[in-house]
Design a protein around this ligand. Sequence first.
Ligand code: PHE
Length: 464
Amino acid sequence: MPSLAAPPPGPTLAAPRRDAFASTLGAFAATVGSAVGLGNIWKFPYLTGSNGGAAFVLAYLLAVALVALPVMVVEHAIGRRMRLDAVQAYGRVVPRQPAWAAIGWAGLLSAVLIMAFYTDVAGWVFAYVWKSGVAAAGGAPLTPETFGRLAGGTWEPLAWQAGVLALTAGIIAGGVSAGIERVTKALMPALFVLLLVCDLRALTLPGAGAGVAYLFTPDLAKLTGPVLLSALGLAFFKLSLGMGTMTTYGSYLPAEVRLVPNAARVALADTAVSLLAGLAIFPAVFAFGGTPAGGPGLLFNTIPLVFAQMPGGAIFTTVFFVLAAIATIGAMVSLIEVPVAWLVERGGLRRPVAASVTAAAMFALGALATLSQSPLLSGVTVFGKGFFDLFDFVSSNVLLPVGGLAIAVVGGWLVSRADFAAELDRGYATPAWHGRAVMLLVRFVAPVLILLILLNSLGVIRVA
Ligand code: PHE
């Protein structure tokens, strides 16, 4: 078996030329900051609601534990070993097989496609911070029409989207430890606390139990092929996997971070935030007779309505959207970092220039996603989907699972097992079963499950 290429000389030594996260805690916070985002607060609840509830949650939890977690360990290991951006890392990690750089290229494409629709939704969130603040101060209350007008508009959503992109590019231009790490370290604890406040409010409503049951009593008959693929795609999307984000972040991880416990903690924290978000939304939806299958508008249509029926509701709505906005920033920063790292390290651009170029490309595609919901472009479909849905489907349900499969194959079969095991703990003693369990999942379980789910959704085989 060829040996995992040695890390390039220089950058990993005592005085790193390459920027990196300054501490273990900072690295953990930034990684959680990438994972936690609209995926938890917007996508997880709405996909759960449109895919029948608890059965989807169960499939999602299994996908995280059996597929996403081991892929995260591989991405971190390869990133830290290579200390390069994703394109160069995968191009060099298997000696004499530069074609694996395709994982990095596909990752760049995924990052731009995801940001195209992600910044549209992020724009709605920031708009709702403003609008709910105005409502709380005695202005016009939020109604479903508020969302319809915003999402279906032209200039308003575009302006919010441009603002969100400018903010992200500004943070990224500041660099790894000064920009990403400082911002996320401060924001993550605030997020947890604010989410708990929302949960307390929702769970003490009369009738909240139906929402809890909806999340946690699975009806296995609902586990169809498309549901399984969505759950798998969401697991990758949620943990920012299959596209190089976690490889890039792995390249900033300090040597003393033990990869398996770190990844497990990140996955747990991220899953906890998703479930806490579900527990804030579904009990309220049921208590007030809303519909769980509200689609992408679920968050924006139900939260203000249900909170409006509680004492202090307008304030809670604002708190909730501030929370969503906070979560969104760390995720967007990590998405834009993939192309930026490549442009800086390969293209030799300065960080601020790379950030601006990337943001401009993301805005060009993003405008298509945003306008696909306005009368201007709402009639335009490709493969039967508008641009917003198309970008989401191609990235989450195609590129990320395929990327994850390739990463599992590289990590499990093509690099030297001894080097891989050594990278897991870099000599900071960890129990041997960590390596064995990860290897078992990476070599056999994850690739087989991904393949089965992909083939099943293409109709090649019939499992569900
Ligand atoms: N994990 C982020 C979220 O849940 C989205 C994301 C996907 C970020 C892929 C980076 C890469 O919101």
